[in-house]
Design a protein around this ligand. Structure first.
Ligand SMILES: Cc1ncc(C[n+]2csc(CCOP(=O)(O)OP(=O)(O)O)c2C)c(N)n1
Length: 367
């Protein structure tokens, strides 16, 4: 009986292109045009300011709870930047940057967070799934869609996003297993932002990396600096090219950090140290990418001022449009409008009951 060692063939690659100050490793720089880089920067700035506005509106009681994206913009934008419009985006609940890049209108995101179903509407001809709240539930959906793409002999891919906490859920493991066995064109983007609400990464897994979980299932895993948009882009480009070529799924671990609250319902000062947050703040993806663009000669201070104004105007206009739509949907009966094509009898009954109640109260007020 032999007793030896089995040495798995694969290992984990680590990719970083920009250092903490935005200095470039020229050997690894992806070939992106100035225009594309500036579009990505615009989306990053817009997302940052939009996220800040959402937080301010939530604190004023004008929208409900939401999950801020601050700090994770590069991890999302670097990944979705390689998608075609016909590819599929399968988000969780923190993917504001990805949604904005894919063309979800800001007013829709405002509406959704203000509790209006209308905000969850996916724009026509966009292959994006709605926001998924149950942790990891979206991951099998992405694999199913990718399987469908393969079955139909299309070369579209499905990209899904999730956090470090999601890798402890059964859905993650079942999805990874199925994807590898059936070589589905799925890109798994794990945003390891170090915390699952108050559970730190070292209570989530004993693995040295999250990327290495891919190896157990028989697919490539890569770890990247998730605060470096170019590193995420390089890894995602390779993963998407592989998937389109019929070579199956990839797991990308973006090492990043949630700079703000988990959602507006928690207080992170109760469970994490200020020093940790400060250390990560120095690696903020936004100034880092801006430094890179300045060094390339693509961005000057005046450009930034103009862009800040343009972004602020866009957000103001979207909030105005969202308010108009909210006013148009203010009738409580509106909640029955888009749930079903044909309302089931029990809901039609509830709607009629509510209408009668409103009518009766209205009459009461007149008396
Ligand atoms: C199945 C399920 N369990 C618990 C929750 C409550 N919950 C919401 S977010 C969250 C933590 C998620 O952490 P992670 O996957 O790392 O993503 P992050 O929030 O850090 O982006 C939990 C436990 C939920 N939404 N769904």
């Amino acid at each position: 009986m032999p007793r030896g060692r089995i040495t798995p063939k694969n290992d984990i690659e680590y990719v970083s292109v920009l250092d903490a100050n935005g200095n470039l490793d020229e050997m690894l720089e992806p070939s992106l045009e100035e225009k594309e880089l500036l579009e990505l920067h615009r989306a990053m700035l817009l997302t940052r300011r939009f996220d800040e506005r959402l937080l301010s509106l939530q604190r004023q009681g004008k929208i409900g709870t939401f999950a801020p994206v601050k700090g994770q913009e590069a991890a999302q934008l670097g990944a979705v930047a390689v998608l075609r419009q016909s590819d599929w985006l399968v988000p969780a609940f923190r993917e504001t940057a990805a949604l904005i890049w894919r063309g979800t209108p800001l007013e829709g995101i405002f509406l959704y967070n203000a509790g209006f179903n209308e905000g969850g509407r996916i724009p026509d001809r966009k292959n994006d799934l709605p926001i998924a709240i149950p942790v990891a539930s979206q991951i099998p959906h992405a694999v199913g869609i990718a399987y469908g793409m393969k079955y139909r002999e299309k070369d579209d891919v499905a990209m899904t996003f999730f956090g470090d906490g999601a890798t402890s859920e059964g859905d993650f493991h079942e999805a990874m297993n199925f994807a590898a066995v059936f070589q589905t064109p799925t890109i798994f983007v794990c945003q390891n932002n170090q915390w699952a609400i108050s559970v730190p990464r070292d209570r989530q897994t004993k693995s040295a990396t999250l990327a290495q979980k891919a190896l157990a299932y028989g697919m490539p895993g890569v770890q990247v600096d998730g605060n470096d948009l170019l590193a995420v882009y390089v890894a995602s480009r390779a993963a998407v090219d592989r998937a389109r070529a019929g070579d199956g799924p990839t797991l990308i671990e973006c090492v990043t950090y949630r700079l703000g609250v988990h959602t507006t319902a928690d207080d992170p000062t109760k469970y994490r140290e200020d020093e940790e947050v400060e250390a990560w703040r120095e690696r903020d993806p936004l100034p880092r990418f801006q430094n890179y663009l300045v060094q390339k000669g693509f961005l000057a201070d005046e450009d930034l001022e103009t862009l800040e104004e343009e972004v602020a105007d866009k957000i103001d206009a979207a909030w105005k449009a969202a308010n108009e739509e909210m006013a148009a949907c203010a009738d409580p009966l509106h909640m029955f409008a888009h749930v079903y094509d044909t309302l089931p009898a029990y809901l039609a009954w509830q709607r009629d009951e509510l209408a009668a109640e409103i009518d009766a109260r209205g009459k009461g007020a007149d008396e």
